[in-house]
Write a protein that binds this ligand. Structure first.
Ligand SMILES: [Zn+2]
Length: 318
């Protein structure tokens, strides 16, 4: 199968505001296979979209024997020289992207659940939709046995969607060894309430939802079925780069702890929520991301949420 990648860059605002459109057409049938639009603020973000390009090529099941034809049209503004330079740069980026896509393997992740109900089918469908991710899931009780097994090495990252309290001292040690070695960890939503009495877990996650603290004033709260605004705090971080602020129908948490040393990525202005609702963090040699949203299918099916989860996995797994 041959592909034509059509590229259209609007440089009306002299490289300040661009729109990038990928369009894939099956050559023989002229079927439109895919349209893909992204906004980016400065030209350097083009490199970042290598990541998105890989996802597209995965989705198209692009194979080595396939050919990519790149056609381009730059609309409005810019002299001939600027347009040619842009075109050359974009072509090189696309070729590098295709080469990376061909060479790249799917990331293998382990999803840990248990201790809190959730909509299983819709939750796992979110990971099924990620073309560059292959997942296995494990549930409590018993999920913590994984840290002492050699199969842990086969995963590029672990994703936590559990809310668990039982962990033995031996399992804690194995967990900490894993973090010292640098396994990437993504924590979602109610996993912020796991291991309430294990202090180091709070340091690893970079925060905690306090269920029943001795000091009642420290008790965290939740509120289901709200619409909240999510604002991107760091537009240069690999997890959030190029994403726009968005709205999500979800559950908010209030009065939860966020460590002072996390790197905030997302915030909200919802009155019943804590302000920082997503962060990047490091512990030992591990890269860590926590995302507060993610209660049910409203979040799992939100494209912005899916993008955040996928990017978080990619980033911690690097
Ligand atoms: Zn929830």
């Amino acid at each position: 199968m041959n592909f034509i990648l059509l590229l259209n860059i609007d440089i009306r605002f002299h490289l300040v505001k661009h729109k990038l459109e990928f369009c894939a057409i099956q050559r023989r049938t002229r079927n439109h296979l895919l349209n893909y639009n992204v906004d980016f603020v400065t030209f350097k973000y083009l490199l970042f979209y290598l990541d998105e390009l890989q996802a597209i090529l995965h989705k198209l099941q692009f194979k080595k024997q396939d050919k990519i034809y790149v056609l381009g049209a730059f609309t409005e503004g810019g002299n001939m020289r600027t347009q040619c330079t842009l075109w050359l740069f974009v072509s090189v980026v696309l070729l590098i992207g295709a080469a990376i896509a061909l060479g790249s393997q799917k990331m293998k992740i382990l999803i840990i659940t248990g201790g809190h109900d959730f909509e299983r089918d819709q939750f796992f469908a979110m990971f099924d939709s990620m073309p560059d991710i292959e997942f296995t899931s494990v549930e409590h009780p018993g999920a913590n046995d994984i840290y002492a097994t050699s199969s842990l090495q086969t995963y590029d990252a672990l994703v936590y969607y559990d809310m668990n309290q039982e962990i033995s001292e031996e399992q804690k040690r194995a967990f900490l060894t894993m973090v010292e070695k640098g396994k990437g960890l993504v924590f979602l939503h109610h996993s912020l309430a796991s291991y309430q009495t294990w202090d180091e877990y709070k340091q690893i996650q970079g925060g905690r939802y306090n269920e029943n603290p001795e000091d009642a004033a420290k008790k965290s709260t939740y509120k289901h079925d709200v619409t909240m605004n999510v604002y991107i705090l760091d537009r240069d971080h690999p997890v959030t780069q190029g994403l726009s602020d968005f709205e999500i129908y979800d559950e908010v948490y209030g009065n939860f702890e966020v460590s002072a040393d996390v790197h905030p990525l997302l915030k909200t202005d919802h009155p019943q929520s804590g302000e920082i609702i997503g962060w990047a963090h490091a512990h030992g040699a591990s890269k860590i991301v926590y995302l507060q949203p993610g209660h049910d299918h409203h979040a799992y099916e939100n494209e912005n949420y899916r993008a955040l989860v996928r990017r978080a996995i990619r980033w911690v797994a690097e």
